[in-house]
Design a protein around this ligand. Structure first.
Ligand code: UDP
Length: 424
């Protein structure tokens, strides 16, 4: 019996708008993941709709990214920024809007791929109401997050409940690293189907420029030793550890050191407040002269920043995957990262970079000194980094694995329908 699946799918990312500019407080890895996976799947013949909550009245309702890949913004709650811990109450409206969209557009999704626990809840409701199959990626796990923070938010119980329920009811949970799979099993539930498919990166864009060209484009002198951070201003990202590590490193005494801390922030918002806090530490340690805050780096300049750096540091307290690490590695820049979560998977200690205990600025300082004092070894780490990303983390490779998973699940749906008909 030849059974062909309808290749129309929905990726749901309630709080991470895939069409928004990246680098702001709520715009990070999840937005990049959903957008890149969507576009790569569209290239492989899928019709991809990315659903998010409309968080700005001026934003267009539909944004076309590429042929067969678009973002659709649904109105659910105020058309204004709402922090993710306050979005839950608007989810029933989001579900209704998504069902209404399908009715109006004459589309019926058989499979939804949900991202983060808020979207997991939406997916579970759609499963109840429409019988869709669900693939889910956590992006962050409440059970891990609440271990590393002191004030547990009100929403914690709801979140933990949804994260357990989706594990036990979704057709497949996609873990982005073996470490995440382990956390899910030990901290959430033994039940449910988990498969590992990593996050990806654009191996053509990152790695397209060499260090000398990148430095001259950015006006960085060839003899400078450049240590780079890229990411959001959030205390969980551990920027403080990096600044203190640079402050106590031998490389600082040797001169010519430059620390670049790149990422967007908005004055008065939580990312702006964290940036002020980091700047105060920079001043306290007398590092103002060597530290640069270029703000959010746009897509076109990001490959140059990574390529210009001698080291990229990812000092997160916890990181479910950490796209920045593989972007830097694809750009032939060794990574020094915290020995946590997905970073343990992407960074191979002593082969592509180094891993340090989180929040241990002495260990980060030693790691920075080891690489900067031995440029030949740094070059070897750089070559191995690029190779590792090419082998494991390209978006096209990730999309191929997701595509196979969707087809497997959709074919099951069709077989079930055929059987039901045959029995009736
Ligand atoms: N990013 C960017 N410009 C910036 C800062 C960050 O484009 O100025 C991007 C970065 O390249 C990466 C994403 O934001 O793709 C951050 O993802 P990651 O998984 O490292 O962290 P998250 O933000 O999800 O915690």
């Amino acid at each position: 019996m030849a059974v062909k699946a309808n290749k129309h799918i929905a990726l749901i990312s309630v709080h991470g708008d895939p069409a928004v500019e990246i680098g702001k407080e709520e715009a990070g890895g999840q937005n990049v993941y959903v957008r890149q996976v969507g576009e790569a799947l569209a290239k492989q013949g899928w019709q991809v709709d990315l659903f998010t909550r409309k968080a700005n009245a001026e934003d267009p309702t539909v944004v076309e990214h590429a042929p067969n890949c678009r973002t659709i913004r649904l109105v659910a709650g105020p058309e204004a920024f709402v922090p993710r811990q306050e979005i839950f109450e608007y989810l029933p409206t989001f579900v209704e809007a998504l069902i209404q969209f399908q009715q109006q557009a004459g589309i019926e999704y058989k499979l939804v791929h949900t991202n983060y626990w808020l979207s997991a809840w939406v997916g579970m409701e759609l499963k109840k109401k429409q019988g869709v199959k669900q693939v889910h990626v956590y992006h962050s796990l409440g059970a891990v997050k609440y271990k590393s923070i002191t004030t547990i938010p009100m929403i914690a119980t709801t979140r933990l409940g949804a994260e357990k329920a989706v594990l036990e009811t979704a057709e497949r949970i996609v873990a982005t690293s073996p470490q995440e799979q382990e956390h899910i099993r030990t901290l959430v539930s033994q039940k449910g189907n988990i498969q590992i498919i990593p996050c990806g990166t654009d191996i053509h864009r990152f790695g397209s420029i060499q260090k000398p060209e990148a430095r001259s484009a950015l006006g960085i002198a060839p003899e400078k030793k450049v240590v780079l951070y890229v990411g959001r201003f959030d205390s969980r990202k551990g920027i403080e550890t990096l600044v203190r590590a640079v402050g106590r490193s031998q490389s600082l005494q040797n001169g010519n050191l430059s620390l670049i801390i790149a990422g967007g922030s908005r004055p008065g918002q939580s990312d702006g407040i964290e940036r002020d806090r980091i700047e105060a530490i920079v001043d306290e340690l007398g590092l103002r002269e060597i530290t640069h805050f270029p703000g959010r780096i746009w897509d076109d300049l990001l490959p140059q920043y990574y390529a210009a750096a001698d080291i990229c540091v990812v000092p997160s307290h916890y990181e479910p995957f950490g796209l920045v690490a593989i972007e830097a590695m694809a750009s032939r820049t060794p990574v020094i990262a915290s020995d946590v979560g997905g970073l343990q998977y992407s960074v191979k200690a002593e082969e592509t970079g180094l891993l340090c205990p989180p929040q241990d600025d002495t260990a980060f300082a030693e790691a920075i000194d080891r690489i900067l004092s031995n440029p030949t070894w740094g070059d070897r780490l750089a070559v191995a980094s690029r190779q590792r990303v090419e082998n494991l983390f390209s978006w096209d490779g990730v999309a191929t694995q997701l595509s196979e998973l969707y087809l497997e699940l959709l074919t099951e749906t069709l077989m079930e329908q055929h059987l039901e008909k045959a029995i009736a």
